[in-house]
Design a protein around this ligand. Sequence first.
Ligand SMILES: Cc1ncc(COP(=O)(O)O)c(C=O)c1O
Length: 392
Amino acid sequence: MTPVVMPTYARADLAFERGEGSYLFTADGRRFLDFAAGVAVNALGHCHPRLVAALQEQAGKLWHTSNLYRVSGQERVAAKLVAHSFAETVFFCNSGAEALECCIKMARRYHYVGGNPERYRVICAEGAFHGRTLATVAAGGQKKHMEGFAPAMDGFDHVPYGNLNALRDAITPETAAILVEPVQGEGGIVPAEPEYLRRLRTAADEFGLLLIFDEVQTGMGRTGTLFAHERAGITPDIMGIAKGLGGGFPVGACLATEQAAKGMTAGTHGSTFGGNPLAMAAAEAVIDVMLEPDFMARVEHAATSLRAKVDGLAARFPSVIEEVRGIGLMIGIKPRILNTELVAKLAANGLLTVGAGDNVVRLLPPLIIGESEIEEAVGILSSTFDEVAKSS
Ligand SMILES: Cc1ncc(COP(=O)(O)O)c(C=O)c1O
């Protein structure tokens, strides 16, 4: 029989009823430590009191008006994002893929209004992931995401991630922009060298290209700074964010400099739901919590502690773990068994994690984790690695 929910996901046979902080609970009372965080979305954990209060208050006032009218929440959230980033202007949408669609459209439009409509191509990285719409699967360039959906949208050229010479060689008079993730997430937690990001900035300036960072997964504190590119000491012209921004409420945003966004005039782009009052209430609460003094320092502290302990496990279980990599609370463990097998074993032992490309298991805990959750996670990782070592 055809499943009533279209079977596009390989789901684990788990259904959660309730969440609290870093924990999820099934209806039959089983408790899981959530180091998946809805794939890097629940940045403040589950049912954070500030988020619950903000949404409850907004739900009793106003849910949706469309973008036919001013939305005061958008104005407040945009002002906060602008105050704490390179950006001067923000477009709100509902997901990461939509945020990237806006980034790509903006790059084309920038050159169009600049009198260079032939400049429409975007140089992307191999191993990238930018979403599942037709444009974003073409930008990601992964065969497995494009198969059966031909013709692929034109306008994307792919070069090896981290290879500056290959990137510079790919620049043509038709190139409009460079698009990369500062840390490839779905690709298997592959951080870019800060120097590579700096040189992308230089190349973009030299050839009049727009530099776009996809910070859908890395943004909003995930790597220990509000945005991952901050570590490289440079800024992009355009950036897509989503995931952590709503803390679980679907919201995305495209941030840009005034110059990069010069073509985005009334009527050029839009979204019925984008930035509605409920989404903005959630995003504003997330940002307010993240901007509190010490929030990022605590993320850094948790990240350093978790990473040291995971590195320790990798040293203890070399027959199970090939490599550990990542930045902040975006940690990739590359096991010697199938990542899907390790994710299932960890879940059976009470720890939720996420698979990624290159046979990696991602640890993406809520940013609010403390030492006790770290100890518990490391305990489960350790006993699971021990099981694997003994059974192989
Ligand atoms: C870097 C990156 N970009 C874009 C997306 C797409 O986001 P969404 O699934 O919200 O459309 C993702 C999702 O995993 C992502 O990790």
